[in-house]
Structures are given as structure tokens and as C-alpha cells.
Write a protein that binds this ligand. Structure first.
Ligand SMILES: [Zn+2]
Length: 241
């Protein structure tokens, strides 16, 4: 049987590995446990490109419970920023987190050290910031919630040299919010999309289990471990044939 390789480029997306999500105001349970695995992904994967995302909010962002005078970790109806009339969006209320220019918004040092090594080996590393619109949240690295506007991520992937990216591995935080939305959007762009459970953690166990099911519904390939994902990555995608 001839050796098979994935067609097109392969990118690693490192999502929101920032101080506030690892040990700060919105620390994801067990988030720090994935640090060594994500570092290993960055260092050992066969990547044509690595993209790092940062949740990067202005002060008084729409997702901050304090702005609305309500409790965090509960959904709250907020006005849709661009629709006319009384349309609302259900927005999860969060503690203040990842405010632009603060230490909490910075990517963890162990991740930036691995990224610097990777850059020194010649792999391009791009940064994408999201959540900068004060009036709408952004879980996906591709777009805001409600798809009000898009980040530069899709064009970074599709204009990559020497091959456009066709396979995306998504790692980071949190499984039930930014990993879910990013992986599903990636699949919607017809990118072969893979995740590993030892490289992500969720905010809440119930919504994390639901997130796994939703990703599977979009043909996101879910592996238990980094090793299993590394082994699978050069096999042809079941849906690209
Ligand atoms: Zn946020």
C-alpha cells in the first residue's frame, strides 16, 4: 500500500492560552494541566503554520457581568449591536477577563517560549486577536458570535504558502466555548479539523460533553491524546476521501 499524506498544508491553532484562562479571573478548571501537551503540540507537530489567538477585550465588554450589574456564569439577553429594533442575543456573563493591555490577556510564557523556538526553526507564526468589538462577543477565532464580522484567520489559512491550509488542529481553551466555535467554523470552511482531548479543557462538564457531540456532528475528528492525533494526521480525511 503506498504511503498516504494529507493534501494541502497543516496548521496548528493555539486558542486563548492566556493567563486569565489558565490561572486568572476566568481560570478554566484543569486548564494548566494541558500546558505540557500544548507545548508538545507546538514543538513536535509537522506544521506549515501556527496561529495563536488571544481573547482581547476592551474594558466594559458586553460579556462582562459587571457591565450589566448581574451575576457571572449565567446567560443574559443583550441587545444585538447591528439589527434594528428589539433583537437580542443570549450572552453568557463572564467575570472581567483578558482586558487589552493587561497581564491577564497575555499568552502564557511557556507557550510563547515554544512559539519562539518554532519561529526560530522557520515555521511561520501568526497572531489573531478576537473579542475586540465592545458590543458583541467572539468565541470563534474566525468570526464574532452571530457572524457580525470576521477575523483575518480564514485568509491567513487560505493564502498560506506554499500550499493553502487544508487541515487544522485546534488546541487550547475552553472546549465548550472557543474551541467548539473555532472547530465548528473551521469545519464549515471545509477544513479537515482535528482536536485532542488532552489539549483542551472546558468551563463546565455538561456543556463540555455537549460540545464534543456538536463537534462530532460537524465531522471534527476527536482524539483522546496528542499521540493519537499525531498518528492520524497523515492519514487521509474520511470525508475528503
Ligand atoms: Zn472573552
Amino acid at each position: 500500500m503506498p504511503a498516504v499524506t494529507t493534501e494541502g498544508g497543516i496548521a496548528l491553532l493555539v486558542v486563548d492560552m492566556q493567563h486569565d484562562f489558565l490561572e486568572g479571573s476566568l481560570a478554566v478548571p484543569g486548564g494548566r494541566d494541558i500546558l505540557p501537551n500544548v507545548v508538545r503540540m507546538i514543538r513536535e507537530g509537522d506544521w506549515d503554520l501556527v496561529v495563536v489567538t488571544q481573547d482581547y477585550h476592551p474594558p466594559n465588554h458586553i460579556s462582562f457581568a459587571t457591565r450589566h450589574g448581574v451575576e457571572p456564569f449565567k446567560p443574559h439577553d443583550v441587545p444585538h449591536p447591528y439589527w434594528q429594533g428589539s433583537a437580542t442575543v443570549s450572552q453568557m456573563m463572564w467575570p472581567v477577563h483578558c482586558v487589552q493591555g493587561t497581564d491577564g490577556a497575555e499568552v502564557h510564557d511557556e507557550i510563547t517560549a515554544a512559539l519562539d523556538e518554532r519561529k526560530a526553526w522557520g515555521t511561520p507564526v501568526s497572531y489573531v486577536r478576537k473579542g475586540q468589538d465592545p458590543e458583541i462577543d467572539s468565541y470563534s477565532a474566525f468570526a464574532t458570535n452571530e457572524y457580525v464580522s470576521f477575523t483575518e484567520l480564514a485568509s491567513i489559512l487560505f493564502s498560506a504558502q506554499p500550499h493553502p491550509i487544508q487541515t487544522v488542529v485546534v488546541v487550547g481553551l475552553a472546549t465548550d466555548y472557543c474551541i467548539l466555535s473555532t472547530a465548528v467554523d473551521s469545519a464549515k470552511f471545509h477544513l479537515r479539523t482535528l482536536v485532542a482531548e488532552d489539549c483542551m479543557r472546558g468551563v463546565d462538564p455538561t456543556s463540555t460533553a455537549e460540545a464534543i457531540q456538536k463537534m462530532q456532528a460537524y465531522d471534527v475528528q476527536i482524539y483522546h491524546t496528542t499521540d493519537e492525533l499525531f498518528e492520524a494526521i497523515h492519514r487521509p480525511s474520511p470525508f475528503l476521501g
